[in-house]
Design a protein around this ligand. Structure first.
Ligand code: HMG
Ligand code: MG
Length: 306
């Protein structure tokens, strides 16, 4: 099997990872997390979202987080925006990229952003136009690309249709997202194929929540197709407040361990990444939800006492 020689990871921990946390996470902790991720070699970080604070209170401090980051010129900082209001609020904070987020499921679109798929595309169109005019990159997320908490299985054709609509309004890249982590490799490949009917290989990515423990298998299935860009979340944080039962994203540590094991370059220092995961997990009062991180931590502890 021939895999891509290099993989690019977006750590969505500061955004997807924290948006679902009930406890308040101070902006300073979010900023420190971003710093630790960039120190570990992450070059793509999803920092915050500019959504309604009534809908997602945890992301209300987006301005403070964006202002607090000591930026590196080789890191791309992205933020989620659901509408023009979000873009207007985000622009002064100088993101490199904005992410519009739609869904392949009508019911999830309504629950998540309070509008139909068609209305969401209408809303996104001016957002994309103005973001591109401002010199930003624009990514699109297609949620519930395999299954929906309200509608059940989602056919690949529906992913293809949203990808087609996103392409039509100028979205440069689409992320195929298994929001509730129900996908298995063949179904994920079918959803990815549907996106690839409208986007080239270098403009698609996979975003897998690990609810059923399938995320690494799904990444591998995408690597087999030549896909080389994935989202992941340090310490396996993550979830969507509007997709009940969904757990965290694939842990960045687990994914890096897999990729390095396959001889695939990521530019990421796994030990420093484990430290970033410990930092945020400690701040949240729990252990990292990453098998690789916990195994490496146990090995460190054993070496320290040997
Ligand atoms: P709405 O209520 O339909 O919007 O919400 P509205 O335009 O009628 O406005 C209602 C109120 O929200 C007004 O304030 C607006 O000013 C305000 P009020 O008059 O009541 O005081 N408002 C805003 N405030 C701040 N920023 C904004 C904004 N827009 C309106 N941008 C809306 C529509 C989209 C705003 C709402 O549904 C929302 O914020 N949803 C957030 C959903 C969300 O963040 N979900 C999680 C991220 S997506 C995800 O996790 C999936 C992903 O990881 C991929 C995957 O795993 O599938 C990406
Ligand atoms: Mg997600």
């Amino acid at each position: 099997m021939k895999y891509p020689p290099k993989v690019q990871l977006v750590d969505v921990g500061p955004r997807d990872g924290l948006q679902n946390e009930a406890q308040h996470v101070p902006a300073a902790v979010k900023v420190e997390l971003v710093h630790r991720l960039q120190t570990a070699g992450l070059r793509f970080i999803e920092v915050a979202s500019f959504v309604s604070p009534k809908w997602v209170p945890q992301m209300a401090d987006h301005d403070a987080v964006m202002a607090g980051i000591q930026r590196r010129t080789d890191v791309r900082y992205s933020v989620l925006v659901p509408n023009l209001r979000g873009l207007e609020a985000a622009l002064p904070t100088r993101p490199d990229e904005v992410v519009v987020f739609g869904a392949a499921s009508e019911a999830f679109s309504q629950k998540n952003i309070n509008c139909s798929i068609a209305q969401s595309i209408e809303r996104f169109a001016p957002v994309v136009e103005q973001a591109l005019a401002a010199g930003l990159r624009v990514r699109g997320a297609i949620s519930c690309a395999v299954g929906c908490p309200y509608e059940g299985d989602i056919a690949p054709e529906r992913v293809g249709e949203v990808a087609r609509l996103m392409k039509g309004i100028g979205v440069q890249h689409v992320g195929m997202a298994d929001t509730i982590g129900v996908g298995t490799p063949q179904r994920v490949q079918a959803a990815m194929d549907a996106a690839l009917a409208h986007y080239p290989l270098h403009e698609v990515s996979g975003h897998f929540h690990d609810t059923y423990g399938q995320a690494l298998a799904n990444v591998l299935a995408c690597l087999e197709m030549g896909v080389w860009q994935f989202d992941a979340s340090v310490a396996g944080l993550g979830g969507c407040p509007f997709a009940k039962g969904a757990t965290g994203n694939v842990a960045t540590e687990d994914l890096v361990y897999l990729l390095h094991g396959l001889g695939i370059e990521t530019g990421i220092d796994l030990q420093a990444l484990v430290d970033a995961g410990v930092f945020i997990s400690t701040a949240l009062g729990r252990k990292p939800q990453s098998r690789a991180a916990n195994a490496l931590l146990a090995r460190r502890a054993a070496l320290a006492t040997a």
